[in-house]
Structure formats: structure tokens, C-alpha cells
Design a binder for this molecule. Sequence first.
Ligand code: FAD
Ligand code: NAD
Length: 465
Amino acid sequence: MNYDVVIIGSGPGGYVSAIRCAQLGFKTALIEKYTTLGGTCLNVGCIPSKALLDSSEHYHNAVHVFAEHGLEGEAPRVNLQKMLERKQSVIDTTVGGIQFLMKKNNIDVLTGVGSFVDAHTVGVTSAEGTQQVTAKHFIIATGSKPVELPFAPFDKERIISSTEALQLKEIPKHLIVIGGGVIGLELGSVYQRLGSAVSVVEFADSIIPTMDLSLGKELQRILKKQGMQFYTSTRVEKVERAGEEVLVKALDKKGATVELTGDYCLVAVGRKPYTTGLNAEAVGVQLDDKGRVVVNDQLQTTVPHIYAIGDVVRGAMLAHKAEEEGVLVAEQLAGQKPHIHYDLIPGVVYTWPEVAGVGKTEQQLKEEGRAFKVGSFPMRALGRARASGDIDGLVKILADAQTDEVLGMHIVGARAADLIMEGVVAMEFRASAEDIARISHGHPTYSEAVKEAALDATAKRALHA
Ligand code: FAD
Ligand code: NAD
């Protein structure tokens, strides 16, 4: 079969790109090695983790929060099997939706491992054999896999990655999490809420160290209050399995030994690009020293008619970043001039409270030597937060010292994942902090904290501080 565009990998990068290609009139095929579409995000990432975060939050609230609202009665028990079945049904419905969208857009879905035969031909190999497809353009969207620590290979039973952590058969008594990044804190939260003791060992001085440092500090304080243990500035040296137990040995920055014994150890120290079996290098596609497919600003690889998008290329490993890149490539192929503002891709952590950030962090602005103003506002000063009991967190806005242009917005608080979009829109239109401050925000809403932080940034004139 001959196509205009063949896309390898059906994650959010690949399937969204396929839809946009089809919308633009290209004859399109999507190759996926698994029988379900949607990639990491839909099958073992964003969607299942959020399903478990929501289920565990309901349980946490029933046990710990309902009583303060005057809701009394026997606390529910956890039926983990049922919780996992619900998670699976959420996945099934979501991946079924992608299958429907492929049909609706006349996209051919080819099941099997895609491997370049030559620069214009890809073989698709499944149990049924190999078929070859040719195309004018290819898009590599093969995603990423969890990073393994050399001294702690995944045994997938007790030393696990996020994939196993999303389908454990029991609630750990003590879950040791290596890596205080997004996965460690989200999945750590799931099990902490379900009753596990959770210890997080983080190499950096702070959890979520790539976000604005004030967020990690605030989140660590809140999660500690919820019962999570933290060992920051601590480097894991050894992980050993002893029967049903896992022993973790680490060194803190003063050289003191930290020894932890748990029944499960989640290793969440990042993800790495995945190109195994693709045979892309053989046709001239270059990889960098981190195994990422090298691309230029147009997402073209070193072979001009082969593009690459999403987790397999440089940049944030986020579903919405992959989607934007998928759209960009399709539109470029159609002769359009799309653009991605990489600075304005929001990052979200779905703990409770949620954490979200966009634009520059305070540490980045300091490094750049740019003069800036800081405005902040605590959630606890909001009527809405007091009504729901979600008083933890803050909104912080960074604005240019001279022009007042918003340069960054960073939030810890209820619904931060949705609130951050006000910052994204403001920054996309190069708004000033005063622009945000002068917009009427519904009352009572959490978004009033954004307005108040903007008032604080623009002229230190928050109304309710
Ligand atoms: P992927 O989703 O990894 O898809 C790649 C696909 O390519 C896979 O289906 C794979 O099977 C297929 N493939 C690979 N090689 C071949 C081949 N040779 N032939 C055929 N098929 C092949 N991001 C967010 O933005 N928000 C979140 O809340 C979030 N939560 C996450 C939670 C967890 C636990 C994890 C692990 C990740 C999470 N992410 C989240 C990250 C998100 O999942 C990724 O950024 C996103 O899936 C990347 O999309 P992609 O299309 O580049 O690759
Ligand atoms: P991450 O990069 O977010 O966090 C990894 C953490 O591990 C870092 O804080 C790092 O300092 C620490 N670390 C690294 N080596 C260590 C060691 N030897 N000992 C102790 N700590 C160590 O990576 P992740 O949490 O594995 O997530 C992978 C990717 O998946 C991320 O890039 C993220 O963007 C994506 N993801 C996103 C979401 C979301 O958007 N909500 C959720 C889950 C995953």
C-alpha cells in the first residue's frame, strides 16, 4: 500500500497527527505494535493514573474529610479489584474512542511493529506476518519507556515501574518511591491515600525540582502533613530484593546512610526515548547521546521526509506537547506555517492539591538576569477555599519589572490543573499582570487567587491579603 503519510506509534502524538493529516486530505496510515491504540498515555500513563488518583481521593475524603462536613457513618472499605476494573473500563472506553476516530477519519490502522526497510518503506510485522507500506512522508511517534537504575533492574513484582504500579494486586504496606518527580508523587499519593506508608527518596534538594522551587517546597509540606515521608538530597546506592521485601540503601548529602525496607519499590527516575526495532538509524535518522531522534525546528529528522514528534524527541515528555507537535507536522506538510510556543506548555502534577506551572520559573529568570516582580496569594484567604476546605497552596505570578508582562505562573492548590490555563492564555496574548488583575473573576472561585496574585504582582495591591 502507498500512502501520503505513515505514522509509527499511536500515542497522543501519533493518533492526533493522524487525525490532522486526514483532515488535511492526506491518505494516512497509523502503525501500532499493540492491539490497543493510545500509547503510554491512554493505556499505562495519564488516563489510568488519573482514574486511580480520583478513586483514591474519594476514599481519602470519605475516611478523613467527610466527618468535618458533618457526614457521619461507617467508612467505606477499599475493594482494589473493583477499583482496578473501573480503571480498566475507563481505559477501554477511551481507547475505543480513538479506534472510532480512526474509522471516522478513514485512517488505516496497521497492527504490528513498524521497522524501516528503506527510507520510503516500512515493514509492519505481527503474528500474521509482515506487510510493507510505502509513503511520501513518515512520522516517528514511538514514545518512551521508563528509565531503569543499573543497580535496580525492574523485576516487575516488587521492584516496579509505573506500569506495574498501576495494576498491583494488593495495597503495599510500605511503598518506597525512588524519584520525587511527577510519577513518584502521583502514584505515591494513590497508595498513601489507600493506606500504604510511602517514603520518597529524591536525589535533588527538592521534590519536582524542575518546576518553580516554591512549588516543591509547598507541595512537600502538604504531602508530609498527609503522611508521606521524604528523603531529599539523598542518592540511592543499592536496591535489593529479599523474598517479599525490598531493601533500599541510600546516602544523604552529609554522607549518612539511609536504609529503608518496604514490600514494593517504585522506581520513577524519568523516561527514555524508545526506538527499539524501528531500524531508523539504518536509513539515516540520527539519534543523540540520550537516544532521542534528532529533529530541527520543523521536527524534521536528518532524513528530510521523515519527521519525529512527542516523547521520542527533545523537550517535555507530555501528552499535550506530543499532540501539538503532531498537528504542527501535519499542517507543515499541507504547506501551512504553524508554530509551537514551547515555553507555554503547561506542566501539571495531579496530587491533591494539584500543582501547575507555565512559563519561566523564578530560578530561570534569575539565571537569565532578567528583572522581574513577584506577586503571590495564598489559597487560604479565599472564601471558595474555606468553603471546600482546600486551604493549602498559593498562586505565584512572575512579571517583567518594567513592562509588567506576565512571564510565569505557578500554582499549588485545588484545581490548579485547570486554573493554570488562565496563565497560558494570558501569556499567549502577552498580557500584563495588570490585564489579569482588571478582569472580573467569578466569585467565589479558586480563580480569584489568580486575580489577587496579579494585583500583588502589578502594584502590591491584593484586596484580600
Ligand atoms: P507514547 O504515548 O509512548 O506512544 C508511543 C506508541 O508507539 C506506543 O503505543 C508504542 O507501542 C508504539 N510503538 C513504539 N515503537 C513502535 C514500533 N516500532 N512500531 C509500532 N508501534 C510502536 N503526560 C501528560 O501530559 N499528562 C499526564 O497526566 C501524564 N501522566 C502520565 C502518567 C504516567 C504513569 C506516565 C508513564 C506518563 C504520563 N504522561 C503524562 C506522559 C505521557 O504519557 C507521554 O508524554 C505521552 O504518552 C507521549 O506520547 P507519544 O505519542 O510521544 O508516545
Ligand atoms: P521526572 O523527571 O518527573 O522525575 C524523576 C525524579 O527522579 C527527578 O526529580 C530526579 O531528580 C529524580 N531522580 C533521578 N535519579 C534519581 C536517583 N538515582 N535517586 C533518586 N532520585 C532520582 O520523571 P518521572 O516522574 O519518572 O516521569 C517521567 C515523565 O513522565 C516525566 O517527564 C513527566 O513529564 C511524564 N509524566 C507526566 C505526568 C503529568 O503530566 N502529570 C505524570 C506522570 C508522568
